[in-house]
Design a protein around this ligand. Structure first.
Ligand SMILES: *Cc1c(COP(=O)(O)O)cnc(C)c1O
Length: 371
């Protein structure tokens, strides 16, 4: 049995909406893009949503719209996808990493305050794997020290902290729509904010620096082409209409994995929702025991048709981060030991019980040393 790591969930509805856009002739800045953006305002009770061509673009625009620049520092987590660090580097902003909590894999809020300096301007939180960070603590610290909060909620659409949707809890929030995310537009992202000024700036930055309402050949500042096409928005609009169903299916699949792993008595650690939050399941991560050789486990899984991948390497150990900022192995021991032992196993909206049972059986064999 072949079980891929990830698979997008596309139905007749997505195809219908894409055909509608193709037939309309309005392929960019059309009605579908507006409807897609409005669906975020309606679903997540937020004033403004600006869709872009990737989550990384939306993070970059968030950093830029907040006016962060060279000389500024932003506190963030090393245990994430590289984009949450790179969006700072694009603007010459210094990432100040803080180690993570070994249970949630999210930023350890007890370490944030000692990392604050006079140059600190913001905290960029990542709700890693769809598990919300401790937002009460983060807000308390941000308020006390007058810092912005940027939420990288790219892996957490639909997750909630004390009943409130992540992505709407700081100054700016971002979701992403690469095909392995909970919902996809092929490529894409969206920036959410309640602040009209930041929203207008974001819309200008994504559209070659044109202010809203400006003529097509008027450029009020240096901007980018970070626009999302209406074809992408059409896929996204259908996905948003099905969001609840998609998230429920993923939650059931995650619960099945947790049950199967427990039943098999596997010595691995998994994520579980915390009392104050609901998770949105992005990928399914298992943390292998210390004595397991991860490369060999991945190989043995592959021999059984099961795709898996080390997930995530710690950002501070990428060459650019080491050479530009002097980060070294040992700087963030919890993040590093987590990076050394976590793998993603197959997980997608329509994964079947049979597939999951095969994955868990294969993992059990691999850990027991069966070639
Ligand atoms: C997916 C993701 C992004 C954005 O990725 P894009 O491929 O640019 O859409 C940013 N941060 C995190 C943590 C992500 O998982």
């Amino acid at each position: 049995m072949e079980v891929p790591l990830s698979k997008p969930n596309i139905t007749a509805l997505e195809k219908k909406y894409v055909m509608k856009v193709l037939n309309s002739g309005q392929l960019s800045f059309g009605d579908t893009l507006l409807r897609f953006e409005q669906s975020f305002c309606d679903t997540f009770n937020v004033s403004h949503a600006a869709a872009m061509n990737s989550g990384t673009s939306a993070l970059h625009v968030a950093v830029k719209a907040l006016g962060l620049q060279s000389g500024d520092e932003v506190i963030t987590t090393p245990y994430s996808f590289v984009a949450s660090g790179n969006c700072l580097l694009y603007e010459g902003v210094k990432p100040v990493f803080v180690d993570i909590d070994s249970d949630t894999f999210n930023i350890d809020t007890t370490l944030i305050e000692s990392a604050i300096t006079p140059n600190t301007k913001a905290i960029l939180v990542v709700h890693v794997f769809g598990q919300p960070c401790h937002m009460d603590e983060i807000k308390r610290i941000a308020d006390k020290h007058k810092l912005f909060i940027i939420e990288d909620a790219c892996e957490a659409i639909g997750a909630t902290w004390k009943g409130n949707p992540v992505g709407t809890l700081g100054d700016m929030g971002v979701f992403a729509f690469y095909p392995n995310k909970q919902i996809t537009t092929g490529e894409g992202g969206v920036l959410l904010t309640d602040n009209e000024h930041y929203f207008n700036l974001a819309c200008s930055l994504r559209n070659q620096g044109r202010d809203p309402g400006s003529d097509w050949l008027t450029h009020d500042r240096i901007g980018y082409n970070y626009r999302m096409s209406d074809l992408q928005a059409a896929i996204g609009l259908a996905q948003m209409e099905r969001l609840k169903t998609i998230l429920t299916k993923r939650e059931r699949a995650a619960e099945r994995y947790i049950r199967l792993i427990h039943k098999a008595g596997l010595p691995v650690k998994t994520l579980k929702p915390l009392p104050d939050s609901t998770m949105s399941w992005f990928v399914f991560i298992v943390k292998l025991p210390e004595d397991a050789d991860r490369e060999i486990v991945i190989e043995r899984l592959a021999r059984r048709g099961v795709q898996s991948k080390p997930y995530f390497p710690s950002i501070h150990l990428f060459p650019v981060y080491q050479s530009q900022f002097g980060f070294q192995p040992g700087d963030f021991p919890v993040s590093e030991s987590t990076s050394d032992r976590t793998i993603a196993i197959p997980f997608y909206t329509n994964i079947t019980f049979k597939e999951q049972a095969h994955v868990v059986k294969s993992l059990a064999e691999a850990l027991k040393g069966e070639e």
